[in-house]
Design a protein around this ligand. Structure first.
Ligand SMILES: [Zn+2]
Length: 301
């Protein structure tokens, strides 16, 4: 383990993984992940009390439906990720989209939330691709706004290197271009911020204060344990706004590559306790409470 100044998670901590991808198509190279079943077992053995997995398209939706059908204390959020919008071949898009919207409309009792959905201007670097993500996102809100479900957002702003050179003055080419756009859309569709979680919240820093003030919830990835940048974006956010997640198999607490597992959500707790200078027990209690509330989890021990 590298030299990290954040104390390790204490033993006996309870935690929720509010966002991971289990199962997910296995890494193509260098697959060091335990089996899906092992990851699930290990999660509860190490203190996990509820696991929330997330689909991003129809393939991952099918994997998840099959995986959770005989399992307890696991739920999922049903998503159409911005990467899915950008990378699905044009010829397949409409068929896939129709299948997904049909599922969400007719199976509301099966999922906890809509997501991950959002904007990713790292994966979409031209105006055309960004506008496509925006228009698809609006369609999702239009279809789902009366479902009574919370939302899980994936929001990634473009870095300066990723600005669209053809349209340099466009509002998307800002450090908070995607963030601002999504806030406008949420307003347009009258979505309650208290029912919106920003998964793997990545800043900019000032939004770690601005968003909770509006009622939004922010989820801290396990990688915040070893990476101060991921800790700093939420260091000034109130504990009442924070949840814990792994986003596994990425975002390992201190290693790079596709090797993260849901039981590492306890490292998010250690990271928050350190950045907020409070006990891990308190963070555990608060983040569980916040997750139960937004996802409407009925957890009796
Ligand atoms: Zn994710």
């Amino acid at each position: 383990m590298p030299d990290i100044k954040v104390p390790e998670p204490i033993s006996g901590l309870k935690f929720i993984d509010a966002h991971c991808h289990l199962p997910f198509p296995r890494p193509k190279k260098n697959d060091q992940l335990p089996s899906d079943e092992e990851q699930y077992r290990e999660f509860f053995k190490s203190g996990g009390i509820y696991l929330i997995t997330s689909s991003i398209d129809n393939t991952t939706l099918d994997l998840i439906l099959n995986f959770i059908k005989d399992k307890q204390k696991v739920g999922f959020t049903c998503g159409w990720a911005p990467q899915t919008v950008t990378y699905t071949p044009k010829t397949q898009y409409k068929g896939n989209w129709d299948k997904w919207t049909d599922f969400i409309t007719n199976n509301k009792e099966k999922f906890l939330a809509i997501g991950e959905i959002g904007l990713d201007f790292h994966h979409a670097q031209t105006l055309e691709k960004r506008e496509k993500q925006v228009s698809e996102l609006k369609k999702i809100f239009e279809i789902t706004k009366n479902f009574g479900k919370p939302y899980v957002l994936h929001v990634r702003n473009a870095t300066e290197r990723e600005y669209d050179r053809e349209n340099p003055k466009h509002r998307y080419n800002k450090r908070d271009g995607a963030t601002k756009e999504i806030l406008n859309i949420i307003k347009e569709f009258n979505i309650n911020p208290e029912r919106v979680m920003w998964h793997c919240f990545s800043g900019p820093d000032d939004y770690g204060i601005i968003l909770p003030k509006q009622g939004f919830k922010l989820s801290v990835p396990s990688s915040a344990y070893g990476n101060s940048r991921w800790r700093n974006v939420t260091k000034n956010s109130p504990l009442d706004a924070l949840l814990t997640e792994t986003d596994s198999y990425y975002q390992h607490p201190y290693l790079r590559g596709p090797i993260n597992v849901p039981s590492n959500a306890r490292f998010s707790i250690a990271a928050i306790a350190y950045s907020h200078n409070v006990s891990q027990e308190l963070v555990s209690e608060k983040t569980i409470e916040n997750a139960k509330k937004i996802f409407n989890l009925d957890l009796v021990d």
